[in-house]
Design a protein around this ligand. Structure first.
Ligand SMILES: *Cc1c(COP(=O)(O)O)cnc(C)c1O
Length: 804
């Protein structure tokens, strides 16, 4: 029962047989998409054996399992990842080649599973890969969105959103499990009654019932039989939809739940549909966990010993009142017992300190959509309020920690009260949570707070996406780091090696060539692969300060135009970013970048020294060719605002130099590589705090006292980059009439200097290469394998599965 194929010939025979069976055609006649579908299905079936064995082993041994509840999983493509993790990539590649098929062409048939916005969703995907690869029983729980995050096109310099129909060809990796469907209830009202034992009982009468059907995706670990499950829930019509008197409306309401990824990862929006989405996948996930538990154990008393649930940000926080509801209403638990189980089962990860991004919902929304859940939240609130006075003796902090206040439900406060662990995602971020954002919680429950610095899977972000660097590393330090990424540190013994430095620069050049070819093919722009590739790729947001990068480009452009004797070392500034469709400032910055690119790239005096490239539709597959081609990694958020960042880690692992502020995980990157092997600039988080608290900062002081800055800012509205002078008025106004909330002007000079410093250092080829190698060597710490092991040891308490 081992592999369905263990060598090339077996693979070829099986592949040919399946093409004929499925499509009634020969290999030669089959279309590329058909070949992709057949190969994918074949691999999924192949995985099925280990999948079943993993489930059986976990059940037999009664092992504790972790469920990662996340609104987003930004998975990208799975074919290459799965073939590589299964160790059959070469067999398949060679087998296909024998049949006249180029595996790269088949790989390109797969759509990115873009079930997320950015960092938070990609983190969840990296965690899934690490869990399985470390043999740990950990599964994902999410929504099967009909459309991924929008596809971005650039038309007349502007972002245009196009639906991402990632399921157009079907999804070869998923298995529909109608048998495991559960009902999720919305709306309606509550009836209280007394049962025969004189106990007050709640009868919930919903007005809409939706059927949640799971689609399971196997998560294949590297060199292991352990295969976990990513469960994606899809909403369908229930057999008894309840008071749905308008059937057409009911179907539309059901369909809406799983239609779209909510296209905003930072601001409070989405309203009722968003709440429905959140409750939908949480309620379905809990129902399945409870059902599965009761198939093995007689009661839910030991639930917290066998199951834990990690909440990826507050989006799934309704898991807390939902589990309470199930325990009390369906299984007759008293409040205190139910609370003990819930609290011990659930833990929470915070991902943001931006106050506009901390979820809050109007009380009437929750009351009307989820009346029973609201009652439970209300009781949690009152009991916590009581404890503030009677247990913690701190009634004075009530206004900062209460769950219900100002007519809203404060989801982060609910998450902290209902969980046994609250973690930040980088050391600095966790300190800010303790000292600032949640300081009053920290004062009364310090034991809950802990840090788990984010990581990235080195398999996808190094081994698979950068085979050139991987080979060089194998030749230099052997391949133990494939499984033990911390062993990359052995590279430290070789960073002075001139030969290795030169080889590294050759590898980097190869990656730059691959990216340059992509740019040529898609944008029809030639870039100089010997120029410095300076990359800022991440969601577009004011706090990430793409605009600071733009301002420096404008300044250099103006300087070169004004003074023909002044020329910079050739540089290619590359941007990639999606903006939330309703975020007008972000969309204008995208337009500004594209307009600026047009002017600069077409200026024959300037373009030999500077090009500006905006790569559309940033997503996982673009990131896989972008990060590893960078010389410079732009991580320039206002200090204190970026919780961790994970893009910074991908760049580092591929030997780019961090040009950044002391923010998020940049701090820990610098801690490892040393200040001299990064380019750090700008205000520190404490200084930012000081400026904000003192209210002394005035953007116009900078504007009037710095001629260079003034010219740069004027260029936004004087027609330099667009004949329509008002095109960037919003950008200008945000900066100048909101007193530069993200402190671009105070950091401008330091940033410009850091860029000059980069330019000088790049020209010392050996010194630069050494610096890159040190970054690679020190990047092992940022493997998500390390992060996951820390979660497993200190929060989840789960053990590896030994699949026979
Ligand atoms: C890694 C990654 C991110 C996160 O980037 P940050 O720079 O940490 O914000 C976002 N989107 C994609 C596609 C990624 O791969």
């Amino acid at each position: 029962m081992e592999n369905k194929f263990s060598n090339k010939e077996e693979f070829k025979n099986e592949f040919k047989r399946r093409i004929i069976e499925k499509y009634g055609r020969s290999i030669e006649q089959a279309h590329k998409t058909e070949k992709y579908m057949v190969l994918g299905t074949m691999i999924r079936d192949f995985v099925g054996v280990n999948w079943k064995a993993s489930k059986e082993t976990i059940a037999q041994k009664g092992q504790k399992q972790m469920f990662y509840f996340s609104m987003e999983f930004l998975i990208g493509r799975l074919l290459t990842n799965n073939l590589m993790n299964l160790g059959v990539y070469d067999i398949v590649k060679d087998g296909l080649a024998d049949l006249g098929i180029d595996i790269n062409e088949i790989e390109d048939m797969e759509s990115d599973a873009g079930l997320g916005n950015g960092g938070l969703g990609r983190l969840a995907a990296c965690f899934m890969d690490s869990l399985a690869s470390l043999n740990l029983p950990g599964h994902g729980n999410c929504i099967r969105y009909e459309y991924g995050l929008f596809k971005q096109k650039i038309v007349d310099h502007e972002q245009v959103e196009v639906p991402d129909q990632w399921l157009r060809l079907g999804n070869v990796w998923e298995v529909r499990k109608p048998k495991h469907a559960v009902d999720v209830k919305f709306g309606g009202h509550i009836e209280m009654y007394m049962n025969e034992h004189g106990k007050t009982k709640v009868n919930y009468v919903p007005d809409m019932i939706v059927r949640a059907v799971p689609y399971d995706v196997p998560i294949v670990g590297k060199n292991t039989k352990v295969t976990n499950t990513l469960r994606l829930w899809s909403a369908e019509a229930a057999e008894d939809p309840c008071n749905a008197n308008d059937f057409g409306q009911y179907i539309a309401d059901v369909k809406a739940i799983c239609q779209n990824v909510y296209p905003d990862d930072s601001t409070e929006e989405g309203r009722k549909l968003r709440i429905k989405q959140e409750y939908f996948f949480v309620s379905a996930g809990i129902a399945q966990i409870v059902k599965a538990h009761l198939r093995v154990y007689p009661s839910l008393d030991n639930l917290a010993d066998k199951v834990c649930i990690q909440l990826n940000d507050t989006h799934p926080v309704l898991a807390i009142p939902e589990l309470m509801r199930v325990l009390m209403d369906d299984y007759e638990y008293e409040w205190d017992d139910a609370w003990g189980i819930t609290h011990n089962t659930i833990s929470y990860t915070n991902h943001t300190v931006l106050s506009e991004a901390l979820e809050k919902w109007p009380i009437p929304y929750i009351q009307s959509l989820l009346p029973r859940i609201y009652l439970i939240i209300d009781e949690i609130h009152h009991r916590f309020e009581y404890n503030l006075s009677h247990v913690y003796n701190r009634p004075d902090i009530a206004k900062n920690v209460e769950i219900l206040k100002d007519g809203q439900v404060h989801m982060a406060n609910l998450a902290i009260v209902g969980s046994h662990s609250v973690n930040g995602v980088a050391a600095l971020h966790t300190e800010i949570l303790k000292k600032d954002v949640f300081k009053d919680f920290y004062a009364i429950m310090p034991e809950k707070f802990n840090n788990k610095t984010n990581g990235i899977t080195h398999r996808r972000w190094l081994l698979y996406s950068n085979p050139q660097l991987t080979k060089l590393l194998h030749d230099t330090i052997g391949n133990r780091f494939d499984e033990h990424p911390e062993d990359l540190i052995q590279l430290m013994d070789h960073v002075e090696d001139k030969q290795l430095q030169e080889s590294f620069m050759q590898v980097k050049l190869e990656r730059k060539k691959i990216l340059a070819d992509y740019i040529k093919k898609t944008l029809h722009i030639d870039v100089d692969i010997h120029s410095i590739f300076d990359v800022q790729a991440k969601r577009l947001h004011a706090y990430k300060r793409q605009l600071l990068n733009v301002m420096n480009i404008i300044a250099e452009y103006q300087h070169m135009k004004a003074d023909p004797s002044y020329r910079i070392y050739p540089r290619t500034f590359i941007f990639a970013a999606k903006a939330a469709p309703a975020y007008l400032f972000a969309k204008q910055v995208i337009k500004l970048i594209n307009c600026m690119a047009d002017v600069i790239n077409n200026d024959p005096e300037i373009s030999p020294y500077m090009k500006v490239i905006f790569i559309p539709n940033y997503g996982v597959s673009i990131a896989e060719i972008l990060m590893n081609a960078a010389d410079v990694s732009e991580q320039i958020s206002t200090a204190g605002k970026e919780a961790s960042g994970t893009g910074n880690m991908k760049f580092m692992m591929n030997g780019a130099i961090t040009l950044g502020t002391m923010d998020g995980a940049n701090v820990e990157i610098v801690e490892r590589v040393g200040m001299e092997n990064a380019e750090i600039f700008g205000l520190r988080a404490e200084q930012v705090d000081e400026i904000v608290h003192e209210k002394s900062y005035n953007v116009w002081d900078y504007y009037h006292h710095d001629e260079k800055l003034k010219k740069v800012i004027d260029a936004l509205v004087d027609g330099t980059f667009s004949e329509e002078k008002e095109d960037f008025r919003l950008v200008y106004n945000e900066l100048m009439f909101k007193n530069d909330e993200y402190l671009l002007l105070p950091d401008f000079e330091a940033y410009a200097e850091a860029q000059k410093h980069i330019e000088a250092r790049y020209q010392d080829r050996s010194g630069w290469a050494k610096m890159c190698l040190i970054n690679v060597a020190q990047s092992g710490y940022f493997s998500s394998d390390r992060t996951i092991q820390q979660y497993a040891d200190t929060i989840w308490h789960i053990q590896p599965v030994d699949v026979e």
